[in-house]
Design a protein around this ligand. Structure first.
Ligand SMILES: Cc1cc2nc3c(=O)[nH]c(=O)nc-3n(C[C@H](O)[C@H](O)[C@H](O)COP(=O)(O)OP(=O)(O)OC[C@H]3O[C@@H](n4cnc5c(N)ncnc54)[C@H](O)[C@@H]3O)c2cc1C
Length: 561
């Protein structure tokens, strides 16, 4: 067996905050835990948890020793040893997902065994233990990710969009993996050639060292790793939240923490658009900014801590709203039932097809023009793509601080798409230069956007400009296709709520109650809409989070009625 000194184990040695990741509980803390679990004796060599096992318990060592091991084909690698007062487990204790390693008794003794429900009970009721356990589980997961100690290997290429997608899916789900880069590792390329893996089958994912998946969909990866296994799809939930962006995660945190049983459905991966933002600088409480991945990763963990279930890579395909209980069909035909629904499916920005656009999002490419962005490009040149009112407003606004504002439109002018007053302001402002029949064709920069190339489609002329700020204002499409006509939408397809619903909207929807819809309630009682998918929403993380949490207060009222 490939082991190291059990006192300075590989994982424990590499973890920055070792005392927090592997704390030793006081006798008083252990006795509080003992009140929730069962005491049992252990025998040297006994396997308490097998790698890949479902619904694994957590063990607190009273005496003796346990070793967490990573089994490979013929050997085992010691990950960490737990001594008296220490406890086993990592983030999968909270998520309910399968065990990533093996847990074996290395010295006979006694333990307290806690199943997941008992553990969640402690986390929800004992603030001191909750902090110790949550921090340890999250730091251990982080160390597994940093130490490449997961049960998944991804073999791919950085030039392949499928590889980026798979890596992002695993990362956003907080699942550790090892990455073999075909562009750097000739052996890996040779191996794939020998197994006749073609370019279209890249990336290859080795799941739990057993199943080999070729260019798998996110749903297939979720299935292989058992991401959704713990979720009972037949249960009638108090609240189903559709979408796990900031709005949906906020609804899940508030709903679950206030005692509702909450299921979140996410068609792709937790985090939504915010999860792809490299740095959110205007979210309250983070003066130096926070990456979207960190912010939404914490929110995801928080929702799970309070007992919400989050189903990933399973989207809502249809809402049925005939009766008092609502039904949501999900991919592959299953049907989820709910007493109340929060729609938080967001919107997708229309983006030009530029190869490296995502690399510059947040570092030169923006989808909104607020005072924050205006400050970033004060005294410099900026480019705005789009001919609608939002582009016009952005041009006028940015022209007050930028040196020059180039507005690029593919059509012959603005008259068909922009309000007359904005066109006039643009024409009157010498700092704004309009280019018609023009589109951006390439972006360039090192770490942030530095150069923009655009082409005049009429003359074929191509120009390069040293400009580091590109505003894409080509509109957003709401993710409302799955609502199947159940809910009143505005003329752009966003969900209408509360005071925005006209008497006609309510009459058409046969609103059945004497009271008018609550704030954020749609044309169906008990169905709410929050965040970017809602008509009139300010497209910001803070407003999405605010609306998600406010809606829960109304869900309580609806459930009481
Ligand atoms: C690159 C970028 C940078 C940004 N930077 C900032 C910033 O710095 N500050 C700021 O305040 N705002 C920023 N924003 C805007 C902010 O991210 C959004 O306003 C916010 O994410 C909206 O949250 P949401 O939960 O309403 O929707 P989203 O974040 O869009 O989440 C919606 C979720 O619903 C899921 N979904 C969609 N359809 C279905 C379905 N049928 N079934 C199940 N799930 C579904 C999606 O996969 C997604 O995960 C940025 C946006 C982008 C794109």
């Amino acid at each position: 067996m490939d082991t190291a000194d059990p006192l300075v184990t590989p994982l424990a040695a590499t973890v920055a905050r070792r005392d927090h990741a592997f704390p030793t509980l006081t006798a008083q803390q252990v006795s509080r835990i003992a009140a929730h679990g069962q005491r049992r004796s252990t025998t040297r060599g006994e396997v308490l948890v097998e790698a890949g096992a479902k619904g694994v318990p957590c063990f607190v060592v009273l005496n003796g020793e346990l070793q967490a091991l990573r089994p490979t084909d013929r050997a085992e690698t010691l990950i960490v040893a737990h001594h008296a007062g220490q406890f086993s487990g990592e983030a999968n204790m909270i998520t309910g997902r399968r065990a990533m390693g093996r847990l074996r008794v290395s010295e006979s003794g006694d333990v307290i065994q806690l199943d997941r429900e008992q553990l969640l009970g402690i986390i929800q009721t004992d603030a001191e233990l909750s902090e110790i356990l949550m921090r340890a589980f999250l730091l251990r997961r982080l160390a597994l990710i940093q130490g490449d100690l997961g049960d998944v290997v991804v073999v791919g290429s950085t030039h392949c969009s499928g590889t980026l997608r798979v890596k992002e899916f695993l990362t956003r789900n907080g699942h550790p993996f090892q990455y073999l880069d075909l562009d750097r590792d000739r052996d890996a390329q040779e191996l794939l050639d020998r197994f006749q893996v073609g370019a279209a089958e890249i990336p290859v994912l080795i799941c739990r060292g057993q199943v080999i998946l070729r260019n798998p969909t996110n749903a297939r990866i979720a299935e292989c790793l058992g991401f959704n296994e713990e979720i009972d799809q037949t249960h009638i939930n108090d609240l189903v939240v559709v979408g796990a962006g900031p709005a949906g995660l906020a609804a899940a945190v508030y709903g679950a923490s206030e005692g509702l049983d909450v299921l979140v459905l996410e068609s792709n991966m937790p985090g939504g658009q915010a999860g792809s933002s490299s740095r959110i600088e205007n979210y309250l409480g983070f003066p130096t900014g926070i990456s979207g991945l960190d912010l939404t990763g914490r929110a995801h963990a928080q929702a799970l801590k309070f007992g919400a279930h989050v189903m990933v890579a399973k989207g809502a395909t249809r809402l049925t709203c005939g009766s008092q209980r609502y039904a949501i069909d999900i991919d592959e035909g299953a049907r989820i039932r709910a007493r109340a629904v929060i729609i938080a499916t967001g919107a997708e920005y229309r983006k030009p097809a530029l190869e490296n656009l995502s690399a510059f999002e947040g570092v030169g490419v923006y989808y909104g023009a607020t005072p924050m962005e205006a400050q970033l490009c004060g005294g410099e040149d900026v480019v705005i793509v789009g001919g609608g009112n939002s582009a016009g407003q952005a041009a006028v606004f940015l022209a007050s601080t930028a040196r020059r504002v180039y507005v690029l439109v593919r059509g012959p002018g603005l008259a068909d798409t922009m309000s007359r007053y904005l066109i006039r302001r643009i024409e009157d402002n010498p700092a704004i230069v309009l280019h018609t029949h023009t589109q951006v064709v390439a972006l360039d920069g090192n770490g942030r956007l530095e150069r923009i190339r655009w082409r005049d489609d009429q003359t074929g002329n191509v120009e390069d400009h040293d400009i580091g700020h590109l505003f894409i204002m080509t509109g957003a499409t709401p993710n409302t296709g799955w609502l199947g006509g159940c809910i009143a939408l505005d003329d752009k397809g966003f969900v209408k709520t509360g005071p925005d619903l006209s008497p006609d909207d309510l009459a058409r929807a046969k609103w059945p109650l004497a009271r008018p819809p609550y704030l954020l309630e749609t044309s169906r009682p008990g169905i709410f809409a929050v965040g970017d998918v809602r008509g009139g929403n300010v497209k910001r993380v803070a407003s999405a989070v605010g609306e998600g949490s406010i809606a829960v207060a109304f869900v309580h009222q609806v459930l009481r009625q």
